[in-house]
Design a protein around this ligand. Sequence first.
Ligand SMILES: *Cc1c(COP(=O)(O)O)cnc(C)c1O
Length: 392
Amino acid sequence: MNETPPRVRAEIDLAAVRANVRALRARAPRAALMAVVKADAYGHGMVPCARAAQQAGAAWLGTATPQEALALRAADVGGPVMCWLWTPGGPWREAVEADVDVSVSGMWALREVVAAARAAGRTARIQLKADTGLGRNGCQPADWPELVQHARAAEAEGAVRVTGLWSHFACADEPGHPSIAAQLAVFQELVAYAEKEGVDPEVRHIANSPATLTVPESHFDLVRPGIAVYGVSPSPELGTPAALGLRPAMSLIASVALVKRAPEGHGVSYGHHYVTPTETTLGLVPAGYADGIPRHASGRGPVLVGGKRRTVAGRVAMDQFVIDLGGDLLEPGAEAVLFGPGDRGEPTAEDWAQAADTIAYEIVTRIGSRVPRVYLNERPDERERGANGAAQ
Ligand SMILES: *Cc1c(COP(=O)(O)O)cnc(C)c1O
């Protein structure tokens, strides 16, 4: 085995992914769970995370694009898979043949999936998506009767089966926001209308991570968490991962590339936005915005090096940034922990989000393809297998 430590690596603790899925299932005991693994499982690696989620009892997997869903099938991942972000001319036939549930938000999509099903000689599994107030994807309530009636006609013909009715929240990460109850009321009306027209769905679902954690009346038949599966809090208002019973799965660790002495008054990195206040030592961290380190965190991002929290000195460059080690002399190769679960004193993805004026979703999801993912705890141990209980 080649044990050369990588320049920078993202360690992914699959035991944390499994524990988070179990914790989320416990929060929604009457619903099944769809683990959302879009965007390469929020940067954590789609296929290993999908398998870990299934091992912990996730009945469904969700992706945004059909290409992501087909990549799961190409990797031999079985079980129900759904994808929802379609554009005209998309791979409908491939999805139908791969037994992937496809979301339909409007008449153009229904027409394309019906044509694909006829061409394939198969019944497509479709889920009708309603816009209950998010104002993004989904069918407007005014257009819902037309979509439902045409879907029913396609069902009668055998071209499709409506397996799901679903929607998505706008403000579930703001507990008590009036739009939550308003969207639930609209969802219930639209579901009732479709059922009155004869739709008999396997699953009705609207709950993302924050709703899974805080809005039990939104759970219906299926909850659809993404970020919480990876142990990241959906928002600071909801609490830390630990307060939510979650464990961050990703740790981003670099190997310090250079440590050197620098005199007082030395400009550091592009633009000289940092100037050494005294004679000091500087450490070079070989990770930059091409690796997903936000340039917005220049002068602010936190890093644990040599047992102490340090701060990015000056600009984050494409491939590297500098930290002021305050006179400490570390060996090159020392670990620089940008973020992790936090229990060794390292910063968290939430800390980086704050430093970069963004959300923790963006921090983990943007970790670049140049950063190898290193998987820990790939196999559940005995104790964990017991914890899965009835689900397995
Ligand atoms: C991304 C996404 C989710 C998961 O959202 P989280 O906030 O990460 O839990 C659920 N449903 C849809 C439609 C999504 O796009």
